[in-house]
Design a protein around this ligand. Structure first.
Ligand SMILES: [Zn+2]
Length: 491
């Protein structure tokens, strides 16, 4: 295959898990951050880019790569219930969840089905579009990575000792493909042992990127994912800066692989971006966790280890601070029955479900409800039009004439609309207020720390730092970045 050579600057996108504006600003003041400071001095900083809902990594990555919300890309969240397969899909919420659901099934979901079956083939990823233009791209460690180039993953024997899974998995991805130890560029690379999460860590991602630099093989687009900061914030709370210092070191590793930092910036476009934010969780466990099974009593909720059984009425797919609640038979349990139970809980800031064209929204502490549907004469800040009725304060909308602006819930209407159209099934989606996490069969463990998955702006707004271009996406939303990135690679 011949590749078109262009004079374009390659686009290097670094996704820094859980990078948030306020702690970054604090860290820039209080810590020594040579790399972030250098990027800041030479680039433009945008404090608030909207992530998709639920604010979970696979949904975020799918939205970035396809330029669509989940109604089009088809990956609803980290865990969801597939009506077609009549089972809960889980790409990795918690090891205990996955053990209950069956580890080999979950691994196959994550390693194969996510990219090759669940991600809608009717939409194209950045990797696929670039390949069709004769350009190359790199995917370094994100879970979502579909492209046109066949690759073979090799499952380490240590994993196969515990889990029944094929030794090799064939997948279609970017030309340059890193997926932890399972697929790497640098055969001599460090940081990929079982103790290093098989390479799913920041140091490995940064080191693999430097392999491309050292070999003068930086493609037109790279997505480098640094996963580690998520767990720091889960544990130590939203204002943790220790993890930001560590990410600065990873960025230094990447910059140092070029002859000079100036050369790194002069000859490339850099996009540093978070993936989702997190909300602080209360210290007191009795307060912090909302017990969903208790709230839904006496309805019979599917047990993870048993799978969906005939007598079950409700399935829960719990994404930390948000949850999909499915009725398996709406003649038996109408969605409104579930909603009435949920409305008794004041710690929910959003309860939403769809009836025909209309999206209905309630909240734990409001008597009225709110409805909206696509089309109509009301226009929001992202040029999307809606018909609305009821109490719009539930979604913290400000309406001036026919113009809608958002408050606590960025891009609230489109994000909810897409979530409720992301997959088949009769379900309600809920989100907890900041301070709270949802408890299903497995108790969450982030009391006194932080968590995400929610609809609130704490979970939904992320910063972006750009060097090498003055252009901006149409809007500051994750969903608008693909179009902009493709333009950057062809300008
Ligand atoms: Zn997380």
């Amino acid at each position: 295959m011949t590749y078109i050579t262009t004079s374009n600057k390659p686009v290097i996108t670094v996704m820094l898990d859980t990078l948030m504006d306020q702690p970054l600003q604090l860290a820039l003041k209080e810590e020594t951050l040579p790399a972030f400071t250098y990027f800041m001095e030479h680039g433009t900083y945008y404090s608030s880019v909207v992530a998709p809902f639920p604010t979970m990594s696979v949904n975020v990555e799918s939205t970035l790569l396809t330029g669509h919300y989940s109604d089009q890309h088809g990956i609803p969240a980290l865990t969801w219930y597939s009506e077609k397969e009549n089972r809960i899909i889980n790409y990795g919420t918690h090891l205990i969840d996955q053990m209950k659901l069956g580890l080999s099934k979950c691994l196959k979901d994550t390693l194969y089905r996510l990219n090759n079956e669940h991600l809608n083939t009717k939409v194209k990823t950045i990797h696929e579009e670039l390949d069709e233009q004769g350009k190359k791209s790199a995917s370094i460690n994100p879970l979502v990575n579909r492209g046109n180039v066949p690759h073979r993953l090799t499952i380490p024997s240590f994993i196969r000792f515990f889990v029944t899974i094929d030794k090799h998995i064939e997948t279609q991805t970017a030309a340059k493909y890193v997926y932890g130890r399972l697929s790497r560029l640098d055969p001599n690379g460090k940081y990929s042992s079982v103790w290093h999460k098989y390479g799913f860590n920041n140091k490995f991602s940064a080191q693999e990127f430097t392999h491309l630099v050292n070999n003068h093989d930086i493609p037109d687009f790279s997505l480098v994912y640094l996963p580690d900061h998520d767990k720091n914030v889960h544990k130590r709370g939203p204002m943790d800066t220790k993890g930001i210092k560590e990410m600065d070191k990873n960025l230094q590793t990447m910059l140092d692989s070029f002859p000079t930092w100036q050369e790194a910036l002069d000859n490339h476009i850099w996009i540093l971006i978070g993936d989702n934010g997190q909300s602080g969780i209360k210290d007191d466990k009795t307060q912090a966790f909302v017990d969903l099974r208790k709230l839904l009593k006496p309805l019979k909720v599917t047990k993870l280890s048993k799978g969906v059984r005939k007598e079950d009425q409700v399935v829960l797919a719990n994404n930390l601070r948000s949850c999909f609640i499915y009725s398996l038979d709406t003649d038996d349990v109408p969605l409104t029955e579930i909603v009435e139970k949920l409305k008794t809980e004041e710690r929910f800031d959003m309860i939403s479900w769809k009836i025909d064209q209309w999206i209905h929204v309630a909240a734990g502490d409001k008597k009225e409800s709110f409805q909206f549907k696509e089309g109509g004469k009301v226009k929001d800040e992202f040029d999307q039009t809606w018909e609305i009725r009821g109490d719009h304060s539930i979604l913290d909308l400000t309406i001036t004439g026919n113009d809608v602006t958002f408050g606590d819930f960025p891009d609230a209407l489109k994000r909810l609309h897409s979530t409720l159209h992301s997959h088949e099934g009769d379900f309600v989606v809920i989100s907890a207020k900041p301070g709270y996490e949802l408890r299903g069969e497995v108790t969450p463990s982030h009391a006194g720390g932080a968590s995400h998955g929610g609809f609130h702006k704490n979970d939904s707004l992320i910063p972006m730092l750009v060097t090498g271009t003055e252009t901006t996406p149409d809007f500051f939303r994750m969903v608008d970045l693909k179009k902009w990135i493709l333009a950057l690679t062809s300008s």
